[in-house]
Design a protein around this ligand. Structure first.
Ligand code: AHR
Length: 481
């Protein structure tokens, strides 16, 4: 493939929040994944494990969504503040029916946010929570002056309010968040969001619960009745190998599952295109963001693990899903203001897997590492086409060009030539590559997939030619004259 790139033709800014993450009280994401407690032998600061924090800082997580997910609409935040020994335990009914100690609550979440150097996306409870409960949580977190909730926060050890950048008014209200009709939820959204008050100068970005995959009627109704009350509306789409009820294995999968998973990931392009068209009718200036706050591969759990914990391995195939999907978001950067891959540690398409003291980085981690330079960069070109195994994004920031490519072909290299005037020097060039379609990292072999230097490119006469090996994700960074 050969393309002429005009560097003067600039697209939208790729919001850094497209590189967001989602962490729920589910399986071993929060407990064991981040939180080991202050008595743990595992290296921690204030109960949060440091190997995981150090690794995640390498990928510059811009925003973290918490506490759910389905868990959010059963979460009563007051259970999770105050002295830990007094916090009442509850049952995590959605995820394995296990005991939730509430030892990781609002204060611990903001400590995690501080350690990661990220921003907070809090998801409120509409399904089983009251308007005043939601209002008080926002007051507790963000009020600086005197108020009952701000004073309680101070009694619990936090003087200064925290910064809540994003606030979600429920999760999956069409399903686990209350099985509502869009008309009913739209009214509830309008009501609940009224009391999500501004207690500080930091403007809260309010997110309405949007549709599942291709539920265009949900989007239509929400946009019709709630546009003026929202800053963003969510969309969820997980990549599957086949029917929802029959999830394919994460490793050692039938060869046809390579394509079915990738086809499912590509559906994101269609869903965003069609939902954006509906949004354009009600919001032609694109003020409202499409917030894809749950995405990624959803595969069968690993053998002998709790099915409610959604613990799955992560292979070079998942790296393809991540890279393709990020290219799709970048193609739609004018409308997609945030996205949050599910779910950071030990759950679904995780960046990190832990096993007591041990921690490994997954192939998906390396995609986020390679792509991080697109955060807040200006999009120059994206190429996403299901028929073409090669997808890429070219962006510019601080006078540097970043080109990221993914070749999902299992057996054929793909060549890309870009005609770019003024290209000067390549300053870095790295990639990950699979030899077999289920290559992955294990606690015994943590570096099966890791970053390598990439040299299969040539530069000269205003042309950059890259030969992307099968099953590879590459990032090349260059200066311009
Ligand atoms: O990410 C796992 C679950 O998937 C979330 O809790 C829910 O919102 C979605 O159905």
């Amino acid at each position: 493939m050969s393309n002429v790139v005009d560097l003067t033709k600039k697209g939208p800014v790729i919001s850094k929040y497209i590189y967001g993450h989602f962490s729920e009280h589910l399986g071993k994401c929060i407990y064991e994944g981040y939180w080991v407690g202050e008595e743990s032998d595992i290296e921690h600061v204030n109960g949060i494990r440091q190997d995981v924090v150090r690794a995640l800082k390498e990928i510059d997580i811009p925003v973290l969504r918490w506490p759910g997910g389905c868990f959010a609409d059963e979460y009563h935040w007051k259970d999770g503040v105050g002295p830990r020994e007094n916090r009442q335990a509850i049952v995590n009914t959605h995820w394995g029916g296990v005991t939730e100690t509430n030892h990781f609550g609002t204060h611990e979440f903001f400590e995690l946010v501080r350690q990661l150097g990220t921003e907070a996306y809090i998801n409120g409870n509409v399904g089983s929570g009251s308007v005043s409960e939601m209002q008080e949580w926002v007051e507790y977190m963000t009020m600086s002056g005197e108020s009952p909730m701000a004073n309680w926060r101070r009694e619990n050890g936090q003087d200064e309010p925290w910064k809540v950048k994003f606030f979600g008014v429920s999760n999956e209200s069409w399903g686990c968040g209350g099985n509502m009709r869009p008309e009913y939820y739209s009214d509830l959204y309008n009501r609940y969001q009224t009391y999500v008050r501004q207690y500080s100068d930091d403007r809260l970005y309010k997110i309405a619960c949007g549709p599942n995959i291709d539920d265009y009627n949900w989007m239509e109704i929400l946009m019709r009745y709630s546009t003026r009350f929202m800053d963003g509306i969510s969309l969820h789409h997980y990549a599957l190998t086949g029917p929802w009820e029959d999830k394919g294995p994460a490793t050692n999968f039938p060869v046809e599952h390579w394509d079915t998973l990738i086809t499912s990931a590509y559906k994101m392009d269609e869903f965003i295109t069609n939902h954006s068209a509906i949004m354009d009718k009600y919001d032609p200036d694109r003020r409202v963001g499409l917030i894809v706050d749950e995405w990624g591969s959803w595969l069968a759990v690993e053998p002998d693990t709790n099915p409610g914990f959604l613990y799955q391995q992560n292979t070079i195939r998942d790296a393809m899903v991540a890279a393709i999907t990020l290219n799709i978001f970048q193609k739609h950067a004018g409308r997609v203001h945030m996205a949050n891959i599910a779910q950071t540690v030990n759950v679904l398409q995780a960046m990190i897997l832990t096993e007591s003291q041990e921690m490994i980085k997954t192939p998906s981690f390396y995609v986020f590492y390679l792509y991080k330079h697109h955060q807040d960069a200006v999009e120059i070109a994206t190429h996403v086409d299901r028929q073409d195994p090669l997808t890429y994004t070219l962006s510019t920031k601080d006078d540097l060009l970043t080109l990221s490519l993914c070749n999902y072909s299992m057996d054929e290299a793909q060549e890309l030539t870009l005609d770019i005037e003024n290209l000067a020097d390549i300053i870095s060039s790295e990639y990950i590559v699979g030899q077999h379609n289920d290559d992955h990292n294990t606690f015994e072999q943590p570096d099966n997939i890791s970053l390598l230097d990439f040299d299969q490119y040539s530069l000269g006469n205003g042309q950059l030619t890259v030969t992307a090996p099968p099953m590879s994700v590459i990032t090349i960074r260059a200066t311009v004259k």
